[in-house]
Design a protein around this ligand. Structure first.
Ligand code: G3I
Length: 305
């Protein structure tokens, strides 16, 4: 394949990107996005603060713009995200207990219902585990409603959109030996054993020199897949430049291709200038839209699979 999406499709996988609604009028941006990618994640537009700015008053304007662009260009959509401790609207930030639990479940139900039939996979719950060595849940207002809040969110999402794949999504879960990775693994194993509806696990994959691509990445992906879930790399970006950055991108692609249930890879933006951390130049196209060495290594690795 001569594009990322075509090369990934040769092994039945997708290659995606985050899209920002306010850039859909930038034709340099949409030309690259349309040519290279066949899966789209809304970078911010489907989050809680964007979709429910006032309680029970929903705003799908910008999320719908992204879905519309995706559908009219033949792309699938990853929904991001239904329940998260961050980017909550102000009214939710100060809620607690059963009122918050009800509000969270209502949010999951209303948003998943609005997009029913249009979402390939939902990041139902995002970033619910703590960093560091504790292996604990992250403390948050949602966690304080009870440890079962995650499975409650998954059940509500399944009821609202039975055909969407339901994913748990997190970062720093790449290295198999890390406590956070083990904790998420144990949750997924428990969910599968008890019939909680979960279909997939997303690995955000935000890498930098302090958090490099681990050499055991294929082990992590393979062990999760062996639980009976699909795995996806969902927000890939790697700080750096040149050969070092390109080789790390190649390593990620090779790890995914080595696991049959690794069904796709998405990068977290189109050009370096579109990145949430643009100073790290972490993406596959430079600010002028030129293909970087990391692009060539990624494409070659996809084609070699
Ligand atoms: O929309 C407002 C705009 O009106 C205002 O003028 C501007 C001024 O700062 O802020 C704009 O909102 C910003 C928004 O991005 C859109 O650009 C927010 O301040 C900013 O916090 C927000 O950052 C996003 C971040 O999530 C927030 O948590 C990034 O774009 C987005 O890339 C990032 O994505 C997250 C994933 O959802 C979850 N995984 C980690 C990843 C990277 O942090």
């Amino acid at each position: 394949g001569s594009t990322l999406q075509a090369a990934a499709a040769e092994s039945g996988r997708y290659f995606g990107t985050a899209i920002a609604a306010n850039k859909l009028s930038d034709t340099a941006y949409t030309t690259i996005a349309n040519r290279e990618f066949n899966m789209v994640t809304a970078e911010n537009e489907m989050k809680l603060d964007a979709t429910e700015p006032n309680q029970n008053q929903f705003n799908f304007t910008n999320g719908d713009r992204i879905v519309s662009w995706a559908r009219s260009n033949g792309k699938q959509v990853r929904g991001h995200t239904l329940a998260w401790h961050s980017q909550q609207p102000g009214w939710m930030q100060n809620m607690s207990g059963s009122a918050l639990r009800s509000a969270m479940l209502n949010h999951v139900t209303q948003v998943a219902t609005h997009y029913r039939g249009q979402i390939h996979s939902w990041d139902v719950v995002n970033e619910a585990f703590a960093d560091g060595s504790s292996g604990a849940r992250r403390d948050s207002n949602l966690q304080r409603t009870g440890n079962d809040w995650i499975e409650a969110a998954f059940r509500a999402a399944r009821a609202a959109d039975p055909n969407a794949k339901l994913c748990y999504n997190d970062y720093n879960t790449d290295n198999w030996s890390h406590a956070k990775t083990q904790a998420v693994y144990n949750m997924v194993r428990d969910f599968k054993s008890r019939g909680v509806p979960i279909d997939c696990v997303g690995f955000q994959a935000h890498f930098n020199s302090g958090n490099p691509v681990p050499s055991n990445y294929h082990t992590t992906l393979g062990n999760f897949a062996a639980l009976g879930v699909d795995v996806q790399i969902t927000e890939l970006d790697i700080a750096g430049s040149g050969t070092s950055q390109a080789e790390q991108y190649r390593g990620i692609v090779q790890a995914c291709l080595a696991v049959s249930r690794c069904t796709g890879i998405s990068v977290w933006g189109v050009r370096d200038s579109d990145s949430w951390r643009s100073g790290d130049t972490p993406l596959l196209f430079d600010g002028n839209g030129n293909k970087k060495l990391a692009y060539n290594y990624t494409l070659d690795a996809l084609n070699a699979g």
